[in-house]
Structure formats: C-alpha cells, structure tokens
Design a protein around this ligand. Structure first.
Ligand code: ADP
Ligand code: MG
Length: 191
C-alpha cells in the first residue's frame, strides 16, 4: 500500500520546493496539482480576470484516483493549495505549511502578481483557509500544520520525515495569526 502525503498551504509557503526535497528522501514521485490539471486538461475554462484555471473537480478527482491506483512505489507526494481534492480515503497525512503573513507578503511580492492577488492570498493565510478546507473534508485527525517561518528547507523536510515515521503529528493546536500579530498590522490585508 502506498503511503500518500499531501502538502497544502497558500501560494508561496514552500510547497513545491519542500515536496521536491521530501521526494528525494523518500524516493517518491510528486504530483503538483496545478501542473497535473493543466497536463491532463482537467479544467473547464480559464478565468482571465483572476489569471487562473477553473478546474473540473469531478474529472480531476477521477484522474487522481486513476493515478493512485496505478502507482506502485512506497510513497507518493501530492502538493497544491487545494490538496483536499485528493479523495480522503487515500490520504495518510495532510500537511499544511503555514508562514507568517508578513513574510508571505514579501515573498509573494517577488512573484509578478498584482497587489490584489497578493493580498487575497495573504488574507487566506491569516484566516487559515487551507487548514479550514482540509478539516472540513478530513476532520482534524490526519492534518499537521507546520509553521515554516524561520525554518530552513532541511529543517522543514526533517520535521515532515519525523512525523511520517511517527505516523501522526504530536501537537494539535492550529496556528492563528490573529492572536500572535498585532491586528492593526493584519488589517491592511483583510479590508
Ligand atoms: N523554508 C524556506 N526558507 C526560505 N525560502 C523558502 C522556504 N520555503 C520556500 N522558500 C522559497 O520561497 C519561494 C516559494 O516557494 P515554492 O516552493 O514555490 O512555494 P509554493 O509551491 O507553496 O508556492 C521559493 O523561492 C522558495 O525557494
Ligand atoms: Mg508551487
């Protein structure tokens, strides 16, 4: 039985680079959901306003299922900001990478995105949208948040490897930036 690890989190938190490094350690393949959807034409249209594909959820789920059923290696890593699209019966561990909103803001500014899109994603981080979405599908049990702020890539990968070895994460408190950061600072992303 393949062990399936999902890595979610808003854009910019480090999903792709962490998934790639983790895959090297585990000799696993990585599915990058956005690439998977484009390569397999699993979208219904392109939203020019938001510069993003509108995905065909049913087709995407079916294709992920097909990929998993044919997959033979010990580990598979699936990464993307809507990781909860992976049918839940396949998911062993679901990681959500969390990053300090102000660090995230600076990181996203390096992408050539407009301010509105950057703010939307920082707001999603402040509100913990990827975690909330995952909990609504999976419950809290298999979900592990990792605060990657001030952690280097190796540290993040090692933390994930430890949790995989353990089979579950130790701490179960979810991150709430609104209790840690002055609300005045967060306000500009939320309104
Ligand atoms: N822990 C980290 N420390 C420093 N830089 C990081 C870390 N994680 C990711 N990065 C950098 O942040 C940027 C975004 O990472 P990426 O993997 O593309 O994020 P995502 O796939 O979540 O959008 C990249 O330039 C990456 O090298
Ligand atoms: Mg990525």
């Amino acid at each position: 039985m393949t062990i399936i690890i999902v890595i979610s989190g808003v854009p910019g938190v480090g999903k792709s680079i962490i998934a790639t490094k983790l895959a090297e350690k585990l000799k696993a393949k990585v599915i990058n959901l956005s690439k998977f959807i484009i390569d397999n034409k699993l979208y219904v249209s392109y939203d020019d306003n938001r510069k993003t594909y509108i995905i065909d959820e049913e087709k995407t789920i079916a294709k992920i299922r097909e990929f998993i059923e044919d997959y033979k290696d010990e580990y598979l890593i699936i990464e993307g900001h809507y990781g909860e699209i992976v049918p839940k019966e396949y998911i062993n561990l679901f990681f959500v990478l969390r990053l300090h909103p102000l660090v995230l803001y600076e990181r996203l500014k390096k992408r050539k995105w407009n301010e509105k899109k950057i703010k939307e994603n920082v707001a999603a981080e402040i509100l913990g949208v990827p975690t909330a979405n995952a909990i609504s599908v999976l419950g809290e049990h298999r979900i592990c948040e990792i605060n990657v702020t001030n952690m280097n890539l190796d540290n993040v990968v090692n933390r994930i490897l430890e949790i995989i070895k353990h089979g579950r994460c130790e701490k179960k408190e979810f991150i709430d930036w609104t209790t840690i950061i002055d609300f005045k600072l967060l306000e500009k992303f939320l309104i």
